[in-house]
Design a binder for this molecule. Structure first.
Ligand code: GLA
Length: 731
């Protein structure tokens, strides 16, 4: 069989079948159209090892003497005898390919197992891989794990993954690759605050724009593992798998299980190259919120400016107050008003009401209509918060259907069965139970059908621990049932956008993003924390899909106080909004806020279609990141890029020195100006500590893209926790 060679956007994937199984020979730089005879890659056989070369299988298996983590773990149950057929010898039976996609089937007739692998190397270089295992035998086969992995080249010596907690999601951690396995396990039943959205290996010291990087993402919102597995012969596999609970997947004869997709990208230009591959894939999806002009798809509507009521009023829902807030928001140029938690029956605080998805008649005697009309008559869309997968014990639905509450016990809760511990006073509704699923579907469907709602903020505020249906572990089924709920509601209400929120950013993955239109990055609106959270969320997820709000002057989650300019420049590089009682913003500050809304509207097309770029800055106290226009050459006089210079703390050096502006066309000339805060803005004097600014700050600088990238500009001396917005115009 000829090798399979997929190529796209600087990336090649080569799979050989010479050993009898599918073996990944190369995933990395584009190798050109012609491959040599791959026999030249036949490696030596060491002493005290199997007497043959060990392939780096697309499905690593012990039957080929792969002594690392195998792709498939599982066994057969025959006449009550378990643990049979535990090791398959999978051999390629068919390979079909069309364009940049391929399907490879490998099977073992003796164990009655076949695995079909689907691979697509998308146009922007993003590889999508999933496997389906089928039980071809006559008795049940229990799948314990089916992993999707890829080998990385030997010069990948460092790992970067992300971790976090509530209000501090997606912070990076790095380590050297050494022998052994580095595993990031998520047992949250949801993606998790600590889940590694990006799991990358790279060459020594790889950075934002230098070094080779091989990165993966597992598109799954339930339990999972991501890992780098380095075996004794020095080879490393990276990838991930769904972490299945006991007997969660038992395949009947003919039954099959499909893994979550593993998305993988290679870059020879650091992490920004990885980001390019992910953004290109997101933006080419027909249902992407804002198809880039370059995709040829009809342009979507611009991402509306949001006002979310949570940090403005919390549970204190009062129609007059909310109408005042809506008026104030509309006056500032807000385009979408989102009513957060607190509107449904019995929900005066976070202890009751979840599950009773009826508008609270005591608070809203005329329903939500008066508020919705106040919002829509002012030209804004109306959005509503829901948390469909959850239930409070103090709710009518829990009282009527205690058997709908998820727990570890086969004995029902009403008959003394044990429930998991509460988390924010809440439990999980058993969506694996068809009646409970239908009830939730019907309630949300009725709300959407009966009210002029354009947007749902769909929350999910607890881990699924001890998650069972009828006494058996059911995270796998619950995750699929929740996906089905999103899918069916979207089908029934195609015009409604959905935001995925989960105690802030605990459900951020490509599985949920296939069925939602944005994620809430974090409950932390502190701009300093958000710089890191958004940088690493944005490594994979484009800014038009990442909610990013200006919070109150003093952060509610960290008690830090920041100038409006720092908060706004931070929120600008996302899907911009506010989460603040803007009625209290008056005078000069209000005028500034109004201008900022205008600034976002002026630049959102660029921010939401351009390439995200991050300079490699020597000082760890400074960041320089931005968005550079992608695709066709920029028309003279138009904005080619926006950059934020951000000071996160005091720096060791007296001044920042010159910093290059990456991502511009080397041959073209540009004009760079600092546009916000500008002299006259309230925050201008706080922003700098310098006797004299760099010369270009007052009049701008003109230079070629090459000069701006290679020489850079001497940057002003910013105060810590301040930022400056730069605009680059094409000359
Ligand atoms: C979660 C969300 C918040 C807010 C509250 C409401 O914490 O992350 O944004 O919606 O729930 O209870």
């Amino acid at each position: 069989m000829d090798p399979l060679h997929l190529r796209s956007a600087g990336t090649s994937l080569v799979i050989s079948f010479d050993s009898g199984e599918a073996e990944v020979i190369h995933w990395g730089a584009d190798l050109g159209a012609t491959l040599p005879d791959l026999a030249i890659l036949t490696s030596p056989v060491p002493h005290s090892a199997i007497d043959a070369r060990v392939p780096a299988g697309l499905l690593p298996q012990a039957s080929s003497s792969w002594r690392g983590r195998p792709a498939l773990r599982g066994s057969r149950i025959t006449d009550g005898d378990s643990g049979l057929d535990f090791s398959s010898r999978l051999r390629t039976t068919s390979v079909t390919s069309e364009g940049s996609s391929a399907q490879i089937v490998q099977a073992d007739a003796d164990t009655g197992i076949s695995v079909s692998s689907h691979l697509t190397l998308h146009d922007g270089g993003l590889l999508e891989l999933r496997h389906t295992v089928t039980n071809e035998g006559t008795t049940p086969f229990q799948v314990d794990e089916l992993a999707t992995v890829l080998p990385v080249a030997p010069d990948a010596v460092e790992l970067l993954d992300l971790t976090g907690r509530w209000c501090r999601e997606r912070h990076p951690q790095r380590r050297a690759i050494q022998q052994g396995t580095w595993v990031r396990t998520g047992r949250h039943g949801r993606t998790g605050h600590d889940s590694s959205l990006l799991f990358a290996a790279g060459t020594l010291g790889f950075g934002n724009r230098h070094g080779k990087v091989w990165a993966t993402h597992l598109a799954w919102s339930g339990n999972h593992e991501q890992f780098a597995d380095t075996i004794g012969d020095g080879r490393t596999m990276i990838g991930g798998s769904e972490l299945l609970g006991p007997a969660e997947v038992v395949l009947a004869p003919g039954g099959s299980y499909t893994t979550p997709a593993l998305f993988a990208a290679y870059s020879d230009a650091g992490l920004d190259g990885i980001t390019d591959a992910f953004y290109s894939w997101f933006r080419s999806r027909p249902h992407h919120v804002l198809p880039a002009a370059s995709t040829g798809l009809p342009a979507g509507k611009p991402r509306p400016v949001v006002l979310n009521t949570w940090e403005a009023v919390y549970f204190d829902h009062n129609l007059d107050t909310l109408i005042e807030l809506a008026e104030s928001a509309a006056d500032l140029g807000v385009e979408r008003f989102v009513l957060d938690d607190g509107w449904f029956r019995g929900r005066r605080n976070d202890q009751a009401g979840l599950g009773d998805w009826y508008v609270d008649e005591t608070l809203w005697p005329n329903g939500l209509t008066p508020l919705i009309e106040a919002v829509t008559s002012r030209g804004m869309e109306f959005g509503l918060w829901v948390e469909p997968e959850m239930v409070n014990l103090d709710s009518d639905i829990a009282r009527a259907h205690p058997d709908w509450i998820v727990g570890p016990s086969a004995i029902q809760h009403k008959d003394g069965g044990r429930l998991p511990l509460e988390w924010r006073n809440q439990h999980i509704i058993d969506l694996v139970n068809p009646e409970a699923w239908q009830y939730i579907y019907d309630r949300i469907d009725a709300l959407l059908a009966g009210n002029n709602i354009s947007y749902l903020k769909w929350d999910q505020n607890r881990d699924l621990l001890e998650h069972g249906h009828a006494g058996r572990s059911s995270v796998h089924e619950q995750t699929l049932a929740a996906y089905r709920l999103f899918d069916e509601l979207r089908k029934a209400h195609p015009g409604v956008e959905i935001e995925s929120c989960s105690s802030g950013g605990a459900r951020v993955d490509l599985g949920i993003l296939e069925r939602t239109d944005r994620i809430w990055g974090s409950d932390c609106n502190d701009a300093l924390e958000r710089q890191t959270i958004q940088r690493w969320t944005g490594a994979v997820v484009p800014p038009e899909l990442v909610g990013s709000h200006i919070g109150p002057t003093t952060s509610h989650t960290t008690a830090r106080t920041h100038d409006l300019s720092f908060r706004a420049i931070t929120a600008l590089f996302g899907h911009f909004g506010m989460e603040w009682d803007v009625r209290s913003v008056q005078g000069e500050e209000r005028e500034e806020l109004r201008r900022l809304v205008g600034l976002y509207k002026e630049h959102r097309d660029l921010i939401h279609s351009g390439r995200r770029v991050h300079a490699d800055v020597a000082s760890d106290a400074l960041l320089l990141h931005g968005v550079a226009a992608a695709g066709t050459p920029v028309v003279k006089g138009t904005t080619a890029a926006l950059f934020a210079l951000v000071s996160t703390r005091t720096s060791a050096a007296e001044e920042p020195g010159r910093i290059g502006l990456p991502g511009l066309d080397a041959e073209r000339s540009y004009r760079v100006e600092a546009i916000f805060p500008a002299p006259g803005d309230a925050d201008y004097v706080h922003t700098f500590t310098q006797v004299q600014p760099p010369a270009w700050l007052s009049d701008g600088a003109a230079a070629s893209g090459r000069f701006l990238a290679e020489v850079g500009l001497p940057m002003p001396i910013l105060n810590p926790e301040h930022a400056l917005l730069l605009k680059v115009t094409a000359l």
